[in-house]
Design a protein around this ligand. Sequence first.
Ligand SMILES: Nc1nc2c([nH]c(=O)n2[C@H]2C[C@H](O)[C@@H](COP(=O)(O)OP(=O)(O)OP(=O)(O)O)O2)c(=O)[nH]1
Length: 128
Amino acid sequence: MIEVVAGLILDPAGRLLACKRPEGKHLGGKWEFPGGKVEEGEDPVDALIRELEEELGIIVEAGQALTPVVWDYGRGPIRLHPFVCTVVRGQPHPHEHEEIRWCDAEELGELDWAEADVPILAEWRWMA
Ligand SMILES: Nc1nc2c([nH]c(=O)n2[C@H]2C[C@H](O)[C@@H](COP(=O)(O)OP(=O)(O)OP(=O)(O)O)O2)c(=O)[nH]1
């Protein structure tokens, strides 16, 4: 099982940051929450902070954990751990994504999400 962390980054207006995976990569063109694979022995929250600094140049504080999602795209199962986050330092810039976008509830529903993210979005909507 590959453990993956992802951040639901909230801005003061209550929008979430959605990130588009680059074309040519696995799941290219799909939208996701920023994050990545947890390294061996690494704490998931530390992994999230590391990945968001690498990918977006921001420092976040992780808050509430949502329900993990297990998914298999045919390359072996991943377990995606979502955390609600807020930015404590910096402005997000896409270092690794094709595009990033702050989205309200309606805009979130219009994007083509990676399949493992769909239950996370449903849980988010249910909480809001
Ligand atoms: N970071 C992130 N990954 C996600 C999300 N949803 C989802 O299915 N994934 C998948 C895509 C990848 O298979 C894996 C995350 O690994 P990663 O983002 O570090 O992967 P990577 O670009 O290095 O990709 P690769 O080695 O699998 O090609 O989890 C999500 O919301 N955020």
